[in-house]
Design a protein around this ligand. Structure first.
Ligand code: NAD
Ligand code: UFG
Length: 363
C-alpha cells in the first residue's frame, strides 16, 4: 500500500514541486491549502505532469486554523506523515503585520500538531529556513550554529522549531525532521510549474524573471558595498527540484526508523553565489539583458550565507541518492537553476494567471 502523505501548503512554490516528486516516488498525497498565496492551477498542472500517478493526489481547500475541517480530513484518511509547508513568508510584510504572521504561522501549526496527535499521526517534516542563522559569524553554517531571528517571520520559524523540539521531548512517539532551506530557485524542468508570487516579488530570482519578461524595468541591487567578491550579497541557491527531493529523503528517513527524535538538516548546495553572479548566469541562460539599479543595503539582510551540507549528505543520503526523475542528474548547478527559471518564465510570463487577472492590484 502506498504511504499517505499530507502536504500542507502544497499548492505553493516548494509544495507543488514536492507533491510532484512524491507522486513520482509512489506516494499517495493529500494537499491542504487555503490558496492565500497560490492557485489551484499549480496542482492541476502537477496532476497532468505526473501522468498516471496524478490520480493519487487529492486537494482540500482548508485553512489550517479551521480545526473542524482539519479534523474531518484526518477522520477520513489515515496519514502516515505530514510535510508542513503552509505559512506566510514575506519578511517585510511580517514586520508590518506581525500579528498576521504569528496568527497564521504559529496558530496554524499548533492546530495541525494537535490534530495530528489526536489522530495518532506523529511523523512530521517541517519547512524551516536559513533565516534562523541570522548574520552568521562564519560560513558555512552548520546545524549547531547559534540561532536568532531578526523579524517576525524568522521568529515564527524559530518558535515552531522550538515547539517541535518540545513536543518530541514530551512524547517520544513523535519523529520530526526540521529542514532549513537556503535559497530555493528555478522551476520544474518541464516549465509547467514554477514560482508565481503575488504582488511585487521580494526575492531575487522571481524579480529577475519579471524583468526578463518585461513586467518590470530593472532589478534593484540591494547593496554593493559588502565584503564579498563583487560587493553584493552572497547566498546558497538551490534548485527547487533538488529541494523537493530533499523532502522525499526526509520522509524516507522517518519511515526507516522510529527513532529520529527531532532532527534538523540544512538543505543547500554549500556554494555561495553573489547577486551579480546570479544575474550574469540568468542573462546567459535567457539571452536577456537585465538592467540594474544599484541601491543601499536592504535592512535585515546578511552579507554571506551558505550551508554546510555534510549532515544532510551523511544522514539523509540526499545529495547522492536522489536524482531528478526526468534528467537523472544528481545535483543541479546555477546554470540549470537559471535555465529552468527562464524556461518557466518564458512559457508563463504571467505565472498561472493572465495579464488582466493579476492577483494583486499593486502589480
Ligand atoms: P508559498 O507561499 O508559495 O507556499 C506556501 C503555501 O501555504 C501557499 O500555497 C499558501 O496559500 C499556503 N498557506 C499559507 N497559510 C496557510 C494556512 N493558514 N492554511 C493553509 N494554507 C496556507 O511559499 P514557498 O516558497 O513554497 O514556501 C513554503 C514554506 O517554505 C514556507 O513555510 C516558507 O516559509 C518556507 N521557506 C521558503 C523559502 C523560500 O525562499 N521560498 C525559504 C525558506 C523557507
Ligand atoms: N536582492 C536584490 N534585489 C532584489 C531582491 C534581492 O539585490 O530585488 C538580493 C538580496 O539583497 C540578497 C540576495 O539578493 O543579497 C538574495 O535575496 P532574497 O530575497 O532572494 O533571499 P534572502 O536570502 O534575503 O531570503 C530568502 C527568503 C527568506 C529565507 C532565506 C533563507 O526570503 O524568507 O532566503 O532561506 F529565510
Amino acid at each position: 500500500m502506498a504511504k499517505k502523505i499530507l502536504v500542507t501548503g502544497g499548492a505553493g512554490y516548494i509544495g507543488s514541486h514536492t507533491v510532484m516528486q512524491l507522486l513520482l516516488a509512489g506516494f499517495s498525497v493529500s494537499v491542504v491549502d487555503n490558496l492565500d498565496n497560490s492557485s489551484e492551477a499549480s496542482l492541476e498542472r502537477v496532476a497532468e505532469l505526473a501522468g498516471d500517478c496524478g490520480k493519487n493526489m487529492t486537494f482540500h481547500k482548508i485553512d489550517l486554523r479551521d480545526r473542524d475541517a482539519l479534523k474531518k480530513l484526518f477522520a477520513t484518511t489515515k496519514f502516515d506523515a505530514v510535510i508542513h509547508f503552509a505559512g506566510l513568508k514575506a519578511v517585510g510584510e511580517s514586520v508590518q503585520k506581525p500579528l498576521l504572521y504569528y496568527n497564521n504561522n504559529i496558530i496554524g501549526t499548533i492546530i495541525l500538531l494537535e490534530t495530528m496527535a489526536e489522530h495518532g499521526c506523529k511523523k512530521l517534516v517541517f519547512s524551516s529556513s536559513a533565516t534562523v542563522y541570522g548574520w552568521p559569524k562564519e560560513v558555512p553554517c552548520t546545524e549547531e550554529f547559534p540561532l536568532c531571528a531578526t523579524n517576525p517571520y524568522g521568529r515564527t520559524k524559530l518558535m515552531i522549531e522550538e515547539i517541535c523540539r518540545d513536543i518530541q521531548l514530551g512524547d517520544s512517539e513523535w519523529d520530526i525532521v526540521l529542514l532549513r532551506y537556503f535559497n530555493p530557485v528555478g522551476a520544474h524542468p518541464s516549465g509547467f510549474i514554477g514560482e508565481d508570487p503575488r504582488g511585487i516579488p521580494n526575492n531575487l530570482m522571481p524579480f529577475v524573471q519579471q524583468v526578463a519578461v518585461g513586467r518590470r524595468p530593472a532589478l534593484t541591487v540591494f547593496g554593493n558595498d559588502y565584503s564579498t567578491k563583487d560587493g553584493t550579497g552572497v547566498r546558497d541557491y538551490i534548485h527547487v527540484v533538488d529541494l523537493a527531493d530533499g523532502h522525499i529523503a526526509a520522509v524516507e528517513k522517518l519511515f526507516r526508523s522510529n527513532k529520529t527524535g527531532c532532527d534538523v538538516y540544512n538543505l543547500g548546495t554549500g556554494k555561495g553565489t553573489s547577486v551579480l553572479e546570479m544575474v550574469e548566469a540568468f542573462e546567459k541562460a535567457s539571452g536577456k539583458k537585465i538592467p540594474l539599479v544599484m541601491a543601499g543595503r536592504r535592512p535585515g539582510d546578511s552579507e554571506t550565507v551558505y550551508a554546510s551540507t555534510s549532515k544532510a549528505e551523511k544522514e539523509l543520503n540526499w545529495k547522492y541518492v536522489f536524482v531528478s526523475y526526468y534528467y537523472c542528474r544528481a545535483k543541479y548547478g546555477i546554470e540549470e537553476m537559471c535555465r529552468d527559471q527562464w524556461n518557466w518564465a518564458s512559457k508563463n510570463p504571467w505565472g498561472y494567471g493572465k495579464p488582466n487577472e493579476s492577483a494583486d492590484p499593486s502589480t
